[in-house]
Ligand binder design. Structure first.
Ligand SMILES: [Zn+2]
Ligand SMILES: [Zn+2]
Ligand SMILES: [Zn+2]
Ligand SMILES: [Zn+2]
Length: 478
C-alpha cells in the first residue's frame, strides 16, 4: 500500500520534486512506500541474503552457496529463489562478495516479468548510468556465463545505477546498515542538508515486506518541497559535499554547502597553526570545499597562514581512523586524550571534535564507577555544558526532531536533574528554582522520546536506562 499526501511536480532545473499537498505537523506521516526489492549491502558480513538477519554460524544455501539460514531456504523462497537458481550455476567456491552487489539489481530485473507496472516505475528512476563506470569485462563475462543476454546485462548495469542513486538503508548492526531497499515513490524525494522530513525503513514480520515511512521532521506548510537527507548532517561540508558528488553526482546548492563557515558553526574549520593566532582555517569558497575533487589552499581568517587541502584531508582521515578504531567502551581517559589531540588540529566546533565530544557525553554517566550519581557536581556541569554546546551547534544546521537530538536530550536531562537535587539537598536552591530545573529535565526527556518514537529495532541507550532508574530512585527518596 502506498499512501501519499503529496504531489510530484516538474520543476525547471531540478526535475521531479515532491510537494506537500497539505500542512504537516512534526512527525505526521507524509508517505508510506513498499520496497520494490530489498537486499543485503555489498559489504555486509555474516548476514542472511534473504531475511537480512544475523547468521550466528557459517550457514550457506545448499544450491547457490550464498550466506543463508537453513530455514530461510524454504521460508524465503519468494525473496531468494530467483537469484538462487541463477547463482547455483557457479562453482561452490566462488567468492560471494564478488556477486553480492548483483543481488539487488537481479531482484529488480525479476519485476520485468512478474510486475510490469512496478518495473516501469523502477526503470524510470534516475540512474546516472552514463556518468558511472559500468560493469568490468570480468563482470560482463560472468553475467553471460550465468545466462543473461546482452540486453539483460545492460539493464542490470542501469539497475545498479538506480540502486546506487535511490536505495535507502535499514537495520543496524554495530553501526553498519544491514540492507537496503528500493522504494519507487520515496525515490522521488530530493535531498536537502537541512531536510524537513526523515524516514524509517523496517521489514514487517507479518507481510515480510520492507516498508518505508517518511514523516515530517518539523512543521511543513502546503506547497513546500518535501526533502530528506541523503547524507548524515553531522558530517562537515568537506565529507558531505564530496560524497554527494561521488554517489549522487550533484553539487548541493543549500545555504550550508555554499558557506565555508557552515552557517557560522565552523564544523569543518581547523585551528590556525601559527602560534597563538586565534583565527580559523577555512576553504576559500564553495568550489574548494570538496578537497578530493579540486586540491586548493585553505586560509586563516585572521592572518596570512594557509594549508594545502590535501594536508587537511590527511588530518581528517587520521582522526576519523582513530575514532573508528577506538571502542566506545574504552576508558574516559583515552577519549579525553583523543579530544586533546583533536583540539590541537581542529577548531573546537569541528565535526570530528564534536564526534569525540558525543562519545564523552555518553561515557560520563554510563561507565561502572562513573554513573551519574558517582560524578562530582563539576563533572555533571561539564557534561551538561557539552550537551548544551552540541545541541546549539548542530541545531543551526539540522532543524526539527532528529535522532541525534533525541540522544543528546536524553544525556542532558540527567545532569540537570541530579544537580538540582544536590543543590536542593544542600539548601543552595529555592523550591521554585528546583521545580523549574526538574521540569526542564522532564521536558528534555519528553522531547527525547518524541525524537525517537518511530525508531524501530533500536534500544534506548544503556545510559538512558540507568538515568531513568536514577531519577526513579531520586523521586522515591523525596
Ligand atoms: Zn535468513
Ligand atoms: Zn540459494
Ligand atoms: Zn547542502
Ligand atoms: Zn592565523
Amino acid at each position: 500500500m502506498t499512501e501519499t499526501f503529496f504531489k510530484i511536480i516538474q520543476q525547471e532545473g531540478k526535475g521531479r520534486i515532491g510537494i506537500a499537498s497539505k500542512d504537516f505537523k512534526p512527525y505526521e506521516l507524509v508517505l508510506e512506500d513498499t520496497a520494490a526489492a530489498f537486499g543485503p549491502f555489498q559489504d555486509a558480513e555474516s548476514i542472511c541474503v534473504a531475511c537480512l538477519r544475523d547468521l550466528s554460524a557459517v550457514e550457506i544455501c545448499r544450491h547457490c552457496h550464498l550466506p543463508l539460514h537453513q530455514d530461510c531456504e524454504e521460508r524465503e523462497r519468494s525473496v531468494h529463489g530467483y537469484e538462487c537458481d541463477i547463482f547455483a550455476k557457479l562453482p561452490s567456491d566462488y567468492p560471494h562478495h564478488g556477486i553480492s552487489g548483483l543481488i539487488m539489481p537481479i531482484r529488480l530485473l525479476k519485476l520485468r516479468n512478474t510486475h510490469p507496472q512496478l518495473w516501469k516505475q523502477v526503470f524510470a528512476l534516475e540512474s546516472h548510468h552514463e556518468s558511472r563506470t559500468g560493469f568490468s569485462a570480468g563482470h560482463k563475462s560472468l553475467l553471460s556465463q550465468l545466462g543473461f543476454s546482452d540486453e539483460d546485462v545492460e539493464a542490470l548495469e542501469i539497475l545498479t545505477g538506480i540502486v546506487q542513486t535511490n536505495s535507502a538503508s535499514f537495520g543496524k548492526k554495530r553501526g553498519m546498515s544491514l540492507g537496503h531497499g528500493l522504494f519507487p515513490t520515496f525515490s522521488l524525494l530530493s535531498h536537502d542538508c537541512d531536510s524537513n522530513c526523515r524516514y524509517y525503513a523496517t521489514r514487517e514480520s507479518e507481510s515480510n515486506q520492507v516498508i518505508i515511512q517518511v514523516r515530517a521532521k518539523r512543521a511543513i506548510t502546503q506547497g513546500e518541497e518535501l526533502t530528506i537527507q541523503y547524507k548524515n548532517p553531522l558530517l562537515g561540508n568537506v565529507v558531505r559535499t564530496t560524497s554527494l558528488q561521488r554517489n549522487w553526482l550533484f553539487d548541493c546548492q543549500c545555504a550550508r554547502c555554499q558557506d565555508p563557515t557552515e552557517l557560522g558553526t565552523y564544523l569543518s574549520a581547523l585551528r590556525c597553526r601559527r602560534g597563538d593566532c586565534p583565527g580559523k582555517i577555512l576553504p576559500q569558497d564553495f568550489y574548494h570545499i570538496s578537497i578530493s575533487v579540486d586540491p586548493s589552499l585553505w586560509y586563516c581568517s585572521s592572518c596570512d597562514e594557509s594549508i594545502d587541502s590535501l594536508s587537511v584531508e590527511t588530518d581528517l582521515k587520521r582522526f576519523d581512523k582513530l575514532i573508528r578504531a577506538t571502542s566506545c567502551l574504552e576508558s574516559v581517559t583515552v577519549w579525553e586524550g583523543h579530544l586533546e589531540a583533536a583540539l590541537r588540529v581542529f577548531a573546537p566546533t569541528h565535526y570530528l571534535v564534536m564526534d569525540i565530544t558525543r562519545v564523552l557525553i555518553q561515557l560520563y554517566g554510563s561507565l561502572p564507577g562513573m554513573r551519574l550519581k558517582d560524578l562530582s557536581s563539576e563533572q555533571l556541569s561539564q557534561k551538561a555544558l557539552m550537551c548544551q554546546e552540541y545541541l546549539q551547534n548542530y541545531s543551526r544546521v539540522d532543524s526539527g526532531y532528529s535522532k541525534w537530538k533525541g540522544r543528546i536530550y536524553e544525556e542532558y536531562a540527567g545532569p540537570i536533574m541530579i544537580l538540582a537535587q544536590r543543590a536542593m539537598d544542600q539548601g543552595k536552591m529555592s523550591p521554585m528554582e528546583y521545580k523549574l530545573e526538574m521540569a526542564k529535565g522532564m521536558n528534555l526527556l519528553k522531547d527525547a522520546a518524541k525524537c525517537r518514537q518511530y525508531e524501530t529495532g533500536e534500544n534506548f541507550s544503556i545510559a538512558f536506562a540507568c538515568l531513568l532508574k536514577e531519577i526513579n530512585d531520586l523521586m522515591k527518596v523525596q
